[in-house]
Design a protein around this ligand. Structure first.
Ligand code: FAD
Length: 445
């Protein structure tokens, strides 16, 4: 059997599963069919796992090769990021961050009424006990990242794209590092390798940095990839080459049916399947809510500029802790990025932020040439507790959520795919999924 589908959908090609030999050995799902909504890193990682498990897989995306968060991010495999955004005292820093209209944090005032429930939940996530609970959950998922990402990269032909060179977090003053000490200690306690460096050691590792850098931290477990766009392009090609189908379409509605679920596309066409996975990034909230699940997820828009010939090269990703931005040398150039703008999914981008980031970078890289920079922005799918939603939906065990990865979607994509694969197969996932449940948004504390 292939797809149960509306007979008017003759534009959907019937496909037979043709996974590579190595994958076929693990075939467990047989002919169960799976629809994945969203062709970003998360949806494609889910499709990969479902194909390996032997499912017939269709990935539906209104713009499958488009320019969403997964295509233009900073390329960091940021496994050491195990502390949530909401921590005690974070509110004290907000006015300073927001004073500069092009600073690290921005809020579009017209969006504030919609944002209030999210902000309230964000505030409640920032207590000591909540931060401990959330950090443990983040460490649990991040600890698995290389176990899942490395085999996926190898299978699809991306093994050479992963550069395991660690990352440097740099500070302009003793105070900066001292103020973050508790966070570094908390990371250490969760198994993160944290190595303090002097200015001289930093410049030896990254000679392009100016003497303005006074000290820093080396985190060897971090890595980066050559180009996020290439990762999704190669993964998408692998999905198609191995029997998956990529369908262009806007999913307007998802609904349970007996023994499965269906999607309704813009224009009214329906496709049914045994299982549906919602991996629609920052757009997933409206689908979950339409199904009857409560969820808090916002677009946290980020910006960057990629300079093909910057005159500056970095060996590893550099995080500028005082100014809250990062720089990564990718195969496509030096990418300078950051910013967190809460303005909803419909607001027009403000590329003055991309320009402001380059200005900041010049401060640290005296040799930076900024000509020919390509500006970009993307919607991080961000929950108030910094945890993704990896969960069966409330109304139907056949509808599975895989969204809300915020700053860590590239990092956690393959592991999310693995976990969703387990949920599709009815296998016990490798980590406790309670902290990632959609039900957490309905529990009143
Ligand atoms: C500036 C910036 C830097 C970042 N840096 C890093 C980093 O260094 N490391 C890291 O791990 N993460 C990073 N991230 C975060 C990461 O990029 C995201 O968490 C991740 O890409 C989210 O992937 P996704 O597949 O969930 O969503 P997306 O990539 O947004 O994909 C969702 C897809 O769903 C489709 N879709 C949505 N709704 C519908 C619908 N109704 N019907 C059909 N299709 C639909 C969209 O067209 C889209 O293709 C960064 C993000 C930004 C913005």
């Amino acid at each position: 059997m292939k797809f149960m589908f509306d007979s008017s959908l003759d534009w959907i090609q019937y496909t037979s599963v043709n996974v590579s030999e190595a994958c076929a050995k693990e075939n467990k799902l047989g002919e169960t069919n799976v629809i994945v909504v969203g062709a970003g890193i998360v949806g494609l990682s889910v499709a990969y796992e479902a194909l390996i498990a032997g499912a017939n897989v269709v990935v539906v995306d209104r713009d499958p090769t488009g320019n969403k968060a997964s295509f233009g991010n900073a390329g960091g495999i940021a496994v050491t990021e195990v502390i949530p955004a909401s921590v005690p005292g974070v509110w004290k820093k907000v006015p300073l961050w927001m004073m500069d209209p092009l600073g690290p944090l921005a809020l579009r005032i017209v969006h504030l009424p919609m944002l209030l429930p999210w902000l309230w939940s964000f505030a409640r996530a920032g207590t000591d006990s909540e931060v401990r609970r959330i950090s443990k959950a983040l460490a649990d998922i991040n600890r698995r990242v290389y176990d899942d990402l490395v085999p996926l990269f190898k299978e699809v032909g991306l093994a050479g794209d992963l550069l395991r060179r660690g990352a440097l977090t740099v500070y302009e003053s003793e105070n900066g590092l001292r103020n973050d000490k508790h966070e570094w200690d908390a990371k250490r306690a969760l198994g993160v390798d944290v190595q303090e460096l002097t200015a001289a050691q930093i410049r030896e590792m990254e000679p392009a940095l100016s003497p303005i850098v006074k000290n820093g931290i080396f985190t060897p477990q971090w890595s980066h990839i050559k180009d996020p766009k290439r990762v999704v392009d190669v993964l998408r090609d692998w999905v198609v080459a191995n029997g998956g189908e990529i369908v262009r379409g806007q999913v307007d509605r998802v609904a349970p049916i007996s023994d499965g679920a269906k999607i309704v596309l813009n224009g009214g066409r329906e496709i049914t399947a045994r299982k549906i996975v919602i991996a629609a990034g920052a757009w997933s909230g409206s689908i979950a809510r339409q199904l009857g699940d409560r969820v808090l997820i916002e677009s946290e828009r980020g910006y960057n500029t990629t300079i093909a010939s910057p005159g500056v090269a970095l060996e590893r990703e550099v995080i500028f802790a005082d100014r809250k931005f990062v720089a990564t040398t990718l195969s496509v150039g030096l990418r300078i990025g950051g910013a967190a703008e809460f303005g909803g999914l419909e607001a027009a981008p403000n590329y003055a932020r991309s320009k402001a980031l380059v200005k900041l970078a010049k401060h640290y890289f005296p040799g930076l040439r900024e000509e020919g920079g390509v500006e970009w922005s993307g919607h991080r799918p961000t929950t108030p507790d910094s945890l993704p939603v990896i969960s069966r939906s409330g109304p139907s065990a056949n509808i599975i959520y895989a969204f809300g990865h915020g700053h860590l979607g590239l990092t956690q994509g393959p592991t999310t795919g693995k976990i969703v694969g387990d949920l599709l197969l009815g296998r016990k996932p490798p980590i406790d999924l309670a902290p990632f449940s959609i039900a957490r948004f309905s529990h009143k504390k």
